[in-house]
Write a protein that binds this ligand. Structure first.
Ligand SMILES: Cc1cc2nc3c(=O)[nH]c(=O)nc-3n(C[C@H](O)[C@H](O)[C@H](O)COP(=O)(O)OP(=O)(O)OC[C@H]3O[C@@H](n4cnc5c(N)ncnc54)[C@H](O)[C@@H]3O)c2cc1C
Length: 463
Protein backbone atom coordinates (compact mmCIF):
# COMPACT_ATOMS: atom_id res chain seq x y z
CA UNK A 1 0.00 0.00 0.00
CA UNK A 2 1.29 3.44 -0.89
CA UNK A 3 1.88 5.78 2.09
CA UNK A 4 -1.32 7.05 3.62
CA UNK A 5 -1.90 10.82 3.54
CA UNK A 6 -4.87 10.74 5.94
CA UNK A 7 -6.21 14.20 4.99
CA UNK A 8 -7.84 15.26 1.72
CA UNK A 9 -10.27 17.72 0.21
CA UNK A 10 -12.67 14.91 -0.69
CA UNK A 11 -12.96 11.23 0.18
CA UNK A 12 -15.12 9.24 -2.23
CA UNK A 13 -16.38 5.99 -0.74
CA UNK A 14 -17.08 3.33 -3.39
CA UNK A 15 -15.54 3.20 -6.87
CA UNK A 16 -18.63 1.93 -8.75
CA UNK A 17 -20.11 3.95 -11.60
CA UNK A 18 -21.14 6.78 -9.26
CA UNK A 19 -17.97 6.98 -7.16
CA UNK A 20 -15.58 6.73 -10.11
CA UNK A 21 -17.43 9.58 -11.84
CA UNK A 22 -17.40 11.75 -8.70
CA UNK A 23 -13.65 11.09 -8.18
CA UNK A 24 -12.89 11.85 -11.82
CA UNK A 25 -14.65 15.24 -11.90
CA UNK A 26 -13.51 16.28 -8.41
CA UNK A 27 -9.91 15.54 -9.48
CA UNK A 28 -10.41 17.43 -12.75
CA UNK A 29 -11.57 20.42 -10.67
CA UNK A 30 -8.20 20.32 -8.93
CA UNK A 31 -9.34 18.84 -5.61
CA UNK A 32 -7.21 16.37 -3.60
CA UNK A 33 -9.27 13.20 -3.81
CA UNK A 34 -8.98 9.90 -1.97
CA UNK A 35 -11.03 7.11 -3.59
CA UNK A 36 -11.62 3.91 -1.64
CA UNK A 37 -13.39 0.63 -2.38
CA UNK A 38 -13.84 -2.55 -0.37
CA UNK A 39 -13.13 -4.67 -3.47
CA UNK A 40 -9.72 -5.48 -4.87
CA UNK A 41 -8.82 -3.24 -7.79
CA UNK A 42 -9.26 -5.87 -10.50
CA UNK A 43 -12.81 -6.69 -9.32
CA UNK A 44 -14.14 -3.14 -9.22
CA UNK A 45 -17.02 -2.71 -11.65
CA UNK A 46 -18.15 -6.32 -11.46
CA UNK A 47 -21.78 -6.19 -10.41
CA UNK A 48 -24.93 -8.26 -10.81
CA UNK A 49 -26.77 -5.99 -13.23
CA UNK A 50 -28.87 -5.94 -16.42
CA UNK A 51 -25.91 -4.07 -17.99
CA UNK A 52 -28.12 -1.72 -20.08
CA UNK A 53 -27.30 1.99 -20.35
CA UNK A 54 -28.60 4.81 -22.59
CA UNK A 55 -26.53 7.11 -24.80
CA UNK A 56 -27.52 10.33 -23.04
CA UNK A 57 -25.15 10.22 -20.06
CA UNK A 58 -22.02 10.06 -22.22
CA UNK A 59 -23.08 13.20 -24.09
CA UNK A 60 -24.10 14.93 -20.86
CA UNK A 61 -20.72 14.27 -19.22
CA UNK A 62 -18.76 14.54 -22.48
CA UNK A 63 -17.00 11.24 -21.88
CA UNK A 64 -16.35 8.35 -24.25
CA UNK A 65 -19.24 5.95 -24.78
CA UNK A 66 -18.58 2.21 -24.29
CA UNK A 67 -16.44 0.67 -27.03
CA UNK A 68 -14.02 -2.21 -27.50
CA UNK A 69 -14.12 -4.96 -24.90
CA UNK A 70 -16.45 -3.06 -22.56
CA UNK A 71 -19.19 -2.90 -25.22
CA UNK A 72 -21.33 -6.05 -25.54
CA UNK A 73 -23.74 -4.59 -28.11
CA UNK A 74 -25.56 -1.50 -29.36
CA UNK A 75 -29.26 -1.20 -28.59
CA UNK A 76 -31.77 0.66 -30.78
CA UNK A 77 -34.37 1.00 -28.03
CA UNK A 78 -36.59 -0.75 -25.50
CA UNK A 79 -39.71 -2.86 -26.02
CA UNK A 80 -42.28 -2.98 -23.25
CA UNK A 81 -44.69 -5.95 -23.38
CA UNK A 82 -48.09 -6.45 -21.75
CA UNK A 83 -48.45 -9.66 -19.68
CA UNK A 84 -50.25 -11.51 -22.51
CA UNK A 85 -47.51 -10.28 -24.91
CA UNK A 86 -50.20 -8.95 -27.29
CA UNK A 87 -49.13 -5.31 -26.91
CA UNK A 88 -45.58 -4.12 -27.40
CA UNK A 89 -44.62 -0.47 -26.90
CA UNK A 90 -41.40 0.47 -28.66
CA UNK A 91 -39.34 3.27 -27.07
CA UNK A 92 -36.57 4.75 -29.16
CA UNK A 93 -35.51 7.79 -27.11
CA UNK A 94 -31.88 8.37 -25.96
CA UNK A 95 -32.65 7.06 -22.47
CA UNK A 96 -33.55 3.64 -23.90
CA UNK A 97 -31.35 3.48 -27.00
CA UNK A 98 -27.75 2.82 -26.08
CA UNK A 99 -25.56 -0.05 -25.02
CA UNK A 100 -25.39 -3.32 -23.19
CA UNK A 101 -21.99 -3.33 -21.52
CA UNK A 102 -19.63 -5.89 -20.08
CA UNK A 103 -19.91 -4.60 -16.55
CA UNK A 104 -16.42 -5.40 -15.23
CA UNK A 105 -14.64 -3.88 -18.22
CA UNK A 106 -16.93 -0.82 -18.19
CA UNK A 107 -16.31 -0.30 -14.46
CA UNK A 108 -12.56 -0.75 -14.87
CA UNK A 109 -12.50 1.91 -17.60
CA UNK A 110 -14.38 4.43 -15.43
CA UNK A 111 -12.02 3.67 -12.53
CA UNK A 112 -8.89 4.03 -14.68
CA UNK A 113 -10.15 7.31 -16.14
CA UNK A 114 -10.72 8.62 -12.59
CA UNK A 115 -7.19 7.65 -11.57
CA UNK A 116 -5.80 9.21 -14.75
CA UNK A 117 -7.73 12.40 -13.97
CA UNK A 118 -5.50 12.79 -10.91
CA UNK A 119 -7.00 10.94 -7.91
CA UNK A 120 -4.43 11.64 -5.18
CA UNK A 121 -4.84 8.35 -3.35
CA UNK A 122 -6.67 5.20 -4.40
CA UNK A 123 -7.17 2.55 -1.73
CA UNK A 124 -8.68 -0.74 -2.84
CA UNK A 125 -9.55 -3.58 -0.45
CA UNK A 126 -10.41 -0.82 2.04
CA UNK A 127 -13.73 -0.77 3.84
CA UNK A 128 -15.44 2.36 5.17
CA UNK A 129 -16.83 1.53 8.60
CA UNK A 130 -18.27 4.72 10.02
CA UNK A 131 -18.27 8.51 9.88
CA UNK A 132 -16.14 10.89 11.94
CA UNK A 133 -17.49 14.25 13.10
CA UNK A 134 -16.19 17.57 14.34
CA UNK A 135 -18.71 19.97 15.91
CA UNK A 136 -21.61 18.05 14.33
CA UNK A 137 -20.11 18.15 10.83
CA UNK A 138 -18.81 15.04 9.07
CA UNK A 139 -15.06 15.42 8.68
CA UNK A 140 -13.84 11.95 7.83
CA UNK A 141 -14.32 8.20 7.95
CA UNK A 142 -13.10 5.25 9.94
CA UNK A 143 -11.74 2.56 7.62
CA UNK A 144 -10.34 -0.94 7.70
CA UNK A 145 -7.28 -0.95 5.43
CA UNK A 146 -6.11 -3.78 3.17
CA UNK A 147 -3.59 -4.87 5.84
CA UNK A 148 -6.43 -5.28 8.37
CA UNK A 149 -5.51 -2.18 10.38
CA UNK A 150 -8.07 0.46 11.22
CA UNK A 151 -7.40 4.12 10.44
CA UNK A 152 -9.10 7.50 10.52
CA UNK A 153 -9.08 9.40 7.22
CA UNK A 154 -10.06 13.07 7.26
CA UNK A 155 -11.49 15.29 4.56
CA UNK A 156 -13.41 18.51 4.05
CA UNK A 157 -16.16 16.59 2.27
CA UNK A 158 -17.20 12.94 2.00
CA UNK A 159 -18.99 11.67 -1.12
CA UNK A 160 -20.67 8.38 -0.30
CA UNK A 161 -21.14 6.13 -3.35
CA UNK A 162 -21.09 2.82 -1.49
CA UNK A 163 -24.37 1.55 -2.95
CA UNK A 164 -27.70 0.39 -1.62
CA UNK A 165 -26.40 -0.98 1.70
CA UNK A 166 -24.31 2.11 2.51
CA UNK A 167 -23.11 1.74 6.12
CA UNK A 168 -22.50 5.51 6.24
CA UNK A 169 -26.10 6.43 5.42
CA UNK A 170 -27.34 3.87 7.94
CA UNK A 171 -25.17 5.30 10.74
CA UNK A 172 -25.36 9.01 9.98
CA UNK A 173 -26.45 11.42 12.67
CA UNK A 174 -28.86 13.50 10.62
CA UNK A 175 -32.41 14.77 10.86
CA UNK A 176 -32.84 15.15 7.08
CA UNK A 177 -31.46 11.86 5.74
CA UNK A 178 -33.38 8.58 5.86
CA UNK A 179 -31.23 5.80 7.28
CA UNK A 180 -33.39 2.87 6.16
CA UNK A 181 -35.05 2.26 2.80
CA UNK A 182 -38.42 0.54 3.13
CA UNK A 183 -38.69 -2.96 1.67
CA UNK A 184 -41.76 -1.68 -0.17
CA UNK A 185 -39.51 0.70 -2.08
CA UNK A 186 -37.00 -1.94 -3.14
CA UNK A 187 -36.98 -4.73 -5.68
CA UNK A 188 -35.26 -8.06 -5.34
CA UNK A 189 -33.61 -9.17 -8.59
CA UNK A 190 -32.06 -12.33 -9.95
CA UNK A 191 -30.35 -12.67 -13.29
CA UNK A 192 -28.17 -14.92 -15.42
CA UNK A 193 -26.00 -14.35 -18.46
CA UNK A 194 -26.73 -17.28 -20.73
CA UNK A 195 -24.58 -18.11 -23.75
CA UNK A 196 -25.98 -20.39 -26.46
CA UNK A 197 -22.63 -20.77 -28.20
CA UNK A 198 -21.15 -19.02 -31.23
CA UNK A 199 -22.79 -21.50 -33.59
CA UNK A 200 -26.15 -20.86 -32.05
CA UNK A 201 -27.34 -17.28 -32.76
CA UNK A 202 -30.73 -17.81 -31.12
CA UNK A 203 -31.14 -14.49 -29.29
CA UNK A 204 -34.53 -12.89 -30.07
CA UNK A 205 -34.62 -9.28 -31.21
CA UNK A 206 -30.90 -8.60 -30.67
CA UNK A 207 -31.34 -4.84 -31.35
CA UNK A 208 -33.73 -4.19 -28.45
CA UNK A 209 -33.85 -4.68 -24.73
CA UNK A 210 -37.20 -6.23 -23.80
CA UNK A 211 -39.20 -5.76 -20.64
CA UNK A 212 -42.25 -7.89 -19.86
CA UNK A 213 -44.72 -6.68 -17.25
CA UNK A 214 -46.34 -9.68 -15.56
CA UNK A 215 -47.77 -9.54 -12.05
CA UNK A 216 -48.03 -13.32 -11.84
CA UNK A 217 -44.60 -14.29 -13.14
CA UNK A 218 -42.74 -11.29 -11.66
CA UNK A 219 -44.97 -9.86 -8.90
CA UNK A 220 -44.28 -6.16 -8.32
CA UNK A 221 -41.55 -5.99 -10.95
CA UNK A 222 -40.87 -7.31 -14.42
CA UNK A 223 -38.96 -9.84 -16.51
CA UNK A 224 -36.09 -8.57 -18.63
CA UNK A 225 -34.42 -10.00 -21.70
CA UNK A 226 -31.34 -7.98 -22.67
CA UNK A 227 -29.22 -9.29 -25.57
CA UNK A 228 -25.45 -9.19 -25.17
CA UNK A 229 -24.87 -10.31 -28.73
CA UNK A 230 -26.56 -12.70 -31.14
CA UNK A 231 -25.74 -15.75 -29.04
CA UNK A 232 -25.87 -14.59 -25.42
CA UNK A 233 -28.38 -12.79 -23.28
CA UNK A 234 -28.78 -11.23 -19.84
CA UNK A 235 -32.16 -12.45 -18.51
CA UNK A 236 -33.70 -11.92 -15.13
CA UNK A 237 -36.55 -10.68 -13.06
CA UNK A 238 -37.30 -8.23 -10.27
CA UNK A 239 -39.97 -8.93 -7.64
CA UNK A 240 -41.31 -7.62 -4.31
CA UNK A 241 -38.86 -8.11 -1.43
CA UNK A 242 -41.37 -10.53 0.21
CA UNK A 243 -40.05 -13.15 -2.24
CA UNK A 244 -36.70 -13.35 -0.48
CA UNK A 245 -35.59 -16.98 -0.56
CA UNK A 246 -37.88 -17.75 -3.53
CA UNK A 247 -36.54 -15.46 -6.22
CA UNK A 248 -34.22 -18.04 -7.78
CA UNK A 249 -37.06 -20.54 -7.99
CA UNK A 250 -39.28 -17.89 -9.65
CA UNK A 251 -36.49 -17.11 -12.09
CA UNK A 252 -36.05 -20.81 -13.06
CA UNK A 253 -39.75 -21.36 -13.60
CA UNK A 254 -40.85 -18.06 -15.12
CA UNK A 255 -37.79 -16.79 -16.95
CA UNK A 256 -35.23 -19.48 -17.67
CA UNK A 257 -37.71 -22.15 -18.76
CA UNK A 258 -39.58 -19.67 -20.97
CA UNK A 259 -36.56 -18.11 -22.66
CA UNK A 260 -33.90 -20.84 -22.77
CA UNK A 261 -35.60 -23.52 -24.79
CA UNK A 262 -32.52 -25.51 -25.66
CA UNK A 263 -30.13 -27.83 -23.91
CA UNK A 264 -27.18 -26.13 -25.59
CA UNK A 265 -26.23 -23.27 -23.33
CA UNK A 266 -23.64 -22.19 -20.81
CA UNK A 267 -24.39 -20.00 -17.82
CA UNK A 268 -21.66 -17.36 -17.73
CA UNK A 269 -22.76 -15.63 -14.55
CA UNK A 270 -25.66 -15.79 -12.11
CA UNK A 271 -26.66 -13.91 -9.00
CA UNK A 272 -29.09 -11.64 -7.24
CA UNK A 273 -29.19 -8.09 -5.94
CA UNK A 274 -31.48 -5.39 -4.64
CA UNK A 275 -32.38 -2.13 -6.37
CA UNK A 276 -34.15 0.83 -4.74
CA UNK A 277 -37.17 1.90 -6.82
CA UNK A 278 -38.34 5.19 -5.29
CA UNK A 279 -37.69 8.92 -5.45
CA UNK A 280 -34.22 9.99 -4.15
CA UNK A 281 -33.83 10.18 -0.36
CA UNK A 282 -35.32 13.37 1.14
CA UNK A 283 -31.98 15.12 1.30
CA UNK A 284 -28.95 13.73 -0.50
CA UNK A 285 -26.58 15.85 1.63
CA UNK A 286 -25.89 17.06 5.14
CA UNK A 287 -23.02 18.90 6.85
CA UNK A 288 -19.79 17.68 5.22
CA UNK A 289 -21.32 14.81 3.22
CA UNK A 290 -23.16 14.03 -0.02
CA UNK A 291 -24.74 10.71 -1.05
CA UNK A 292 -24.87 9.59 -4.68
CA UNK A 293 -26.17 6.68 -6.76
CA UNK A 294 -27.87 3.73 -5.05
CA UNK A 295 -26.81 5.07 -1.64
CA UNK A 296 -29.16 8.03 -2.31
CA UNK A 297 -31.87 6.04 -4.19
CA UNK A 298 -30.96 7.79 -7.44
CA UNK A 299 -32.41 4.97 -9.53
CA UNK A 300 -35.31 4.96 -11.99
CA UNK A 301 -38.33 3.59 -10.07
CA UNK A 302 -39.82 2.35 -13.32
CA UNK A 303 -37.08 -0.03 -14.45
CA UNK A 304 -34.38 0.09 -11.75
CA UNK A 305 -31.81 1.62 -14.12
CA UNK A 306 -29.22 3.33 -11.93
CA UNK A 307 -25.95 3.53 -13.87
CA UNK A 308 -26.79 6.82 -15.64
CA UNK A 309 -28.22 8.55 -12.52
CA UNK A 310 -25.29 7.40 -10.34
CA UNK A 311 -22.93 9.06 -12.85
CA UNK A 312 -25.07 12.24 -12.83
CA UNK A 313 -24.98 12.17 -9.03
CA UNK A 314 -21.20 11.79 -9.25
CA UNK A 315 -20.89 14.81 -11.52
CA UNK A 316 -23.23 17.08 -9.52
CA UNK A 317 -21.59 16.14 -6.21
CA UNK A 318 -18.11 16.93 -7.58
CA UNK A 319 -19.39 20.31 -8.77
CA UNK A 320 -20.82 21.16 -5.35
CA UNK A 321 -17.67 19.90 -3.60
CA UNK A 322 -15.60 22.29 -5.72
CA UNK A 323 -17.85 25.27 -4.92
CA UNK A 324 -17.96 24.42 -1.21
CA UNK A 325 -14.19 24.05 -0.99
CA UNK A 326 -13.65 27.31 -2.86
CA UNK A 327 -15.92 29.09 -0.39
CA UNK A 328 -14.43 27.17 2.60
CA UNK A 329 -17.91 26.29 3.76
CA UNK A 330 -18.75 22.56 3.98
CA UNK A 331 -22.08 22.94 5.72
CA UNK A 332 -25.40 21.70 4.37
CA UNK A 333 -26.15 25.29 3.28
CA UNK A 334 -23.10 25.25 1.02
CA UNK A 335 -23.92 21.76 -0.30
CA UNK A 336 -27.63 22.49 -0.79
CA UNK A 337 -27.02 23.23 -4.45
CA UNK A 338 -26.28 19.50 -4.92
CA UNK A 339 -29.76 18.69 -3.61
CA UNK A 340 -31.21 21.39 -5.87
CA UNK A 341 -29.48 19.99 -8.98
CA UNK A 342 -30.59 16.43 -8.19
CA UNK A 343 -34.20 17.18 -7.20
CA UNK A 344 -34.93 19.48 -10.15
CA UNK A 345 -33.56 16.96 -12.69
CA UNK A 346 -33.68 13.22 -11.94
CA UNK A 347 -35.63 13.92 -8.74
CA UNK A 348 -38.57 15.35 -10.70
CA UNK A 349 -38.45 12.46 -13.18
CA UNK A 350 -38.11 9.75 -10.53
CA UNK A 351 -40.81 11.11 -8.22
CA UNK A 352 -43.28 11.02 -11.15
CA UNK A 353 -42.14 7.53 -12.16
CA UNK A 354 -42.36 6.44 -8.51
CA UNK A 355 -46.09 7.26 -8.48
CA UNK A 356 -46.44 5.31 -11.73
CA UNK A 357 -44.50 2.38 -10.23
CA UNK A 358 -46.73 2.30 -7.12
CA UNK A 359 -49.84 2.31 -9.32
CA UNK A 360 -48.52 -0.38 -11.69
CA UNK A 361 -47.62 -2.62 -8.72
CA UNK A 362 -51.26 -2.52 -7.67
CA UNK A 363 -52.71 -3.45 -11.07
CA UNK A 364 -53.63 -6.99 -12.04
CA UNK A 365 -52.48 -8.66 -15.26
CA UNK A 366 -55.99 -8.09 -16.58
CA UNK A 367 -55.72 -4.34 -15.90
CA UNK A 368 -52.24 -4.19 -17.45
CA UNK A 369 -53.35 -6.03 -20.60
CA UNK A 370 -56.39 -3.79 -20.95
CA UNK A 371 -54.64 -0.49 -20.13
CA UNK A 372 -51.72 -1.10 -22.49
CA UNK A 373 -53.77 -2.61 -25.32
CA UNK A 374 -56.27 0.25 -25.25
CA UNK A 375 -53.50 2.88 -25.01
CA UNK A 376 -54.96 4.24 -21.76
CA UNK A 377 -51.37 4.94 -20.84
CA UNK A 378 -48.77 4.93 -23.59
CA UNK A 379 -45.02 4.63 -23.69
CA UNK A 380 -44.81 8.11 -25.21
CA UNK A 381 -46.66 9.61 -22.28
CA UNK A 382 -44.28 7.94 -19.85
CA UNK A 383 -41.32 9.26 -21.79
CA UNK A 384 -42.82 12.74 -22.07
CA UNK A 385 -43.28 12.87 -18.31
CA UNK A 386 -39.76 11.65 -17.84
CA UNK A 387 -38.19 14.23 -20.16
CA UNK A 388 -40.42 17.30 -19.75
CA UNK A 389 -41.97 16.55 -16.38
CA UNK A 390 -45.53 17.01 -17.65
CA UNK A 391 -47.95 15.48 -20.10
CA UNK A 392 -50.40 17.62 -22.02
CA UNK A 393 -53.23 15.64 -23.55
CA UNK A 394 -55.45 17.22 -26.15
CA UNK A 395 -59.22 17.04 -25.76
CA UNK A 396 -59.29 14.56 -28.63
CA UNK A 397 -56.81 12.31 -26.78
CA UNK A 398 -58.84 12.48 -23.58
CA UNK A 399 -62.12 11.67 -25.33
CA UNK A 400 -60.49 8.85 -27.27
CA UNK A 401 -59.11 7.33 -24.05
CA UNK A 402 -62.50 7.70 -22.36
CA UNK A 403 -64.19 5.80 -25.20
CA UNK A 404 -61.56 3.05 -25.33
CA UNK A 405 -61.61 2.63 -21.56
CA UNK A 406 -65.36 2.79 -21.13
CA UNK A 407 -65.71 -0.85 -20.06
CA UNK A 408 -63.14 -0.33 -17.27
CA UNK A 409 -64.19 3.04 -15.80
CA UNK A 410 -62.37 2.51 -12.47
CA UNK A 411 -59.06 1.83 -14.23
CA UNK A 412 -59.60 4.83 -16.51
CA UNK A 413 -60.23 7.09 -13.52
CA UNK A 414 -57.27 5.67 -11.58
CA UNK A 415 -54.95 6.29 -14.53
CA UNK A 416 -56.24 9.81 -15.11
CA UNK A 417 -55.83 10.56 -11.41
CA UNK A 418 -52.29 9.14 -11.60
CA UNK A 419 -51.51 11.31 -14.62
CA UNK A 420 -52.60 14.47 -12.79
CA UNK A 421 -50.51 13.58 -9.75
CA UNK A 422 -47.46 12.70 -11.84
CA UNK A 423 -47.69 16.16 -13.40
CA UNK A 424 -48.13 17.74 -9.98
CA UNK A 425 -45.20 16.01 -8.32
CA UNK A 426 -42.90 16.64 -11.23
CA UNK A 427 -43.58 20.39 -11.24
CA UNK A 428 -43.37 20.42 -7.43
CA UNK A 429 -39.88 18.86 -7.59
CA UNK A 430 -38.86 21.41 -10.21
CA UNK A 431 -39.68 24.06 -7.62
CA UNK A 432 -37.38 22.46 -5.04
CA UNK A 433 -36.31 25.26 -2.63
CA UNK A 434 -33.02 26.93 -3.51
CA UNK A 435 -32.17 27.24 0.18
CA UNK A 436 -32.98 25.04 3.16
CA UNK A 437 -35.54 27.36 4.79
CA UNK A 438 -38.52 26.16 2.80
CA UNK A 439 -37.48 22.47 2.82
CA UNK A 440 -39.96 21.27 5.48
CA UNK A 441 -42.83 22.98 3.66
CA UNK A 442 -41.74 21.40 0.37
CA UNK A 443 -41.43 17.98 2.03
CA UNK A 444 -44.93 18.24 3.49
CA UNK A 445 -46.41 18.97 0.08
CA UNK A 446 -44.52 16.01 -1.41
CA UNK A 447 -46.02 13.75 1.25
CA UNK A 448 -49.49 15.10 0.47
CA UNK A 449 -49.14 14.20 -3.22
CA UNK A 450 -47.81 10.72 -2.34
CA UNK A 451 -50.74 10.26 0.07
CA UNK A 452 -53.13 10.62 -2.88
CA UNK A 453 -51.56 7.65 -4.68
CA UNK A 454 -50.27 5.49 -1.86
CA UNK A 455 -53.42 4.26 -0.18
CA UNK A 456 -53.46 2.14 3.00
CA UNK A 457 -54.06 -1.60 2.38
CA UNK A 458 -52.27 -1.47 -0.93
CA UNK A 459 -49.10 -3.52 -1.25
CA UNK A 460 -47.23 -0.26 -0.72
CA UNK A 461 -48.34 1.73 2.25
CA UNK A 462 -45.32 3.66 3.58
CA UNK A 463 -44.44 7.16 2.38
C1 LIG B 1 -30.02 -7.25 -10.82
C2 LIG B 1 -29.86 -5.78 -11.14
C3 LIG B 1 -29.98 -5.37 -12.46
C4 LIG B 1 -29.74 -4.03 -12.79
N1 LIG B 1 -29.79 -3.66 -14.10
C5 LIG B 1 -29.48 -2.40 -14.45
C6 LIG B 1 -29.41 -2.02 -15.82
O1 LIG B 1 -29.60 -2.82 -16.75
N2 LIG B 1 -29.10 -0.73 -16.11
C7 LIG B 1 -28.84 0.19 -15.14
O2 LIG B 1 -28.59 1.36 -15.46
N3 LIG B 1 -28.88 -0.15 -13.85
C8 LIG B 1 -29.18 -1.41 -13.46
N4 LIG B 1 -29.18 -1.77 -12.14
C9 LIG B 1 -28.86 -0.75 -11.13
C10 LIG B 1 -27.36 -0.40 -11.14
O3 LIG B 1 -26.60 -1.57 -11.08
C11 LIG B 1 -27.03 0.51 -9.96
O4 LIG B 1 -28.01 1.50 -9.84
C12 LIG B 1 -25.67 1.18 -10.15
O5 LIG B 1 -24.66 0.22 -10.23
C13 LIG B 1 -25.41 2.10 -8.95
O6 LIG B 1 -24.08 2.54 -8.95
P1 LIG B 1 -23.40 3.03 -7.61
O7 LIG B 1 -22.07 3.56 -8.01
O8 LIG B 1 -24.32 3.89 -6.84
O9 LIG B 1 -23.23 1.72 -6.70
P2 LIG B 1 -22.48 0.36 -6.98
O10 LIG B 1 -22.29 0.13 -8.42
O11 LIG B 1 -23.22 -0.65 -6.17
O12 LIG B 1 -21.02 0.58 -6.36
C14 LIG B 1 -20.81 0.64 -4.99
C15 LIG B 1 -19.31 0.42 -4.76
O13 LIG B 1 -19.05 0.67 -3.38
C16 LIG B 1 -18.24 -0.35 -2.85
N5 LIG B 1 -18.54 -0.45 -1.42
C17 LIG B 1 -19.67 -0.91 -0.84
N6 LIG B 1 -19.59 -0.79 0.51
C18 LIG B 1 -18.38 -0.24 0.77
C19 LIG B 1 -17.73 0.14 1.98
N7 LIG B 1 -18.28 -0.02 3.19
N8 LIG B 1 -16.48 0.67 1.88
C20 LIG B 1 -15.87 0.85 0.68
N9 LIG B 1 -16.45 0.51 -0.49
C21 LIG B 1 -17.71 -0.01 -0.44
C22 LIG B 1 -18.61 -1.60 -3.65
O14 LIG B 1 -17.56 -2.54 -3.65
C23 LIG B 1 -18.88 -1.02 -5.04
O15 LIG B 1 -17.73 -1.02 -5.85
C24 LIG B 1 -29.44 -3.09 -11.77
C25 LIG B 1 -29.36 -3.50 -10.43
C26 LIG B 1 -29.56 -4.84 -10.11
C27 LIG B 1 -29.46 -5.26 -8.67
Amino acid sequence: MESLLKSYDVIVVGAGTGGSTAARFASQYGLDVCLIDSKKRDQIGDKICGDGIGTEIFEFLNINPPKGEELACHIKGAKLYSPNLKKCIIMLDPKQAGYVVNRLEFGQRLLNEAIDAGVKQFLDNTMALDLLYKNGTVNGIKVKLSNGEKADLHSKIIIDASGFYSPLRRNIKSSIIEKEISKKDSILCYREIVDFGLENPRVNDPDYISIILDQEKAPGGYIWYFPKNEHSVNIGLGVFMDFKGKVKELYRKNVFENYVKTSEYKIISSGGGVAPVRRPIWSCADNGIMFIGDAACQVSPLHGGGIDPSMRGGYFSALSAKDAIESEDYSINALWNYNYNIMTSIGAEFAALDLLRITLQNLSNEDLNFGLEKDLFTGNEILEIASKGTVKLSLVDLVSKAIKGISQPKLLLDLNYLRINMNNISSHYKKFPKTMEKFEEWKEKTQQIYGKIRKPNHHNSST
